[in-house]
Design a protein around this ligand. Structure first.
Ligand SMILES: [Zn+2]
Length: 115
């Protein structure tokens, strides 16, 4: 059962015109609102959140192994740059956290941490 957009009366699912007021029917399923821009931005945000996750992991593991910190931070930075290319909302936090992981690895290397 669907309802008229104009007057709210009940009407048959197969009906395309309201029997009460004559208004046209737009069922919710047949009325999607695609926004290509927001879809691509969501795609970029996926890379950004992956980069932030990798950056945080890299910041922690960089203190145990310089090599892991560089690898995870490097992949995170790569993801962050993809998210920046896709104009993600959180590209800057992603880039900064990934860089922080690389800085942690560099500092750990300087203080003689395990490579
Ligand atoms: Zn109606």
């Amino acid at each position: 059962m669907q309802y008229c957009n104009q007057c709210g009366c009940q009407m048959d699912d197969a009906a395309t015109v309201c029997p009460n007021c004559g208004g046209t029917v737009h069922s919710r399923a047949a009325n999607p609102t695609p926004h290509f821009d927001s879809t691509s931005q969501t795609d970029g945000n996926g890379y950004a959140s992956a980069a932030i996750t990798l950056g945080v992991i890299g910041c922690i593991f960089a203190w145990f192994s310089v090599r892991i910190g560089l690898a995870v931070g490097g992949v995170g930075l790569f993801m962050a740059l993809i998210s920046a290319y896709k104009r993600a909302k959180y590209k800057w936090p992603a880039i900064l956290v990934s860089l922080a992981a690389l800085v942690c690895a560099a500092v750990n290397s300087l203080i003689g941490g395990a490579f």
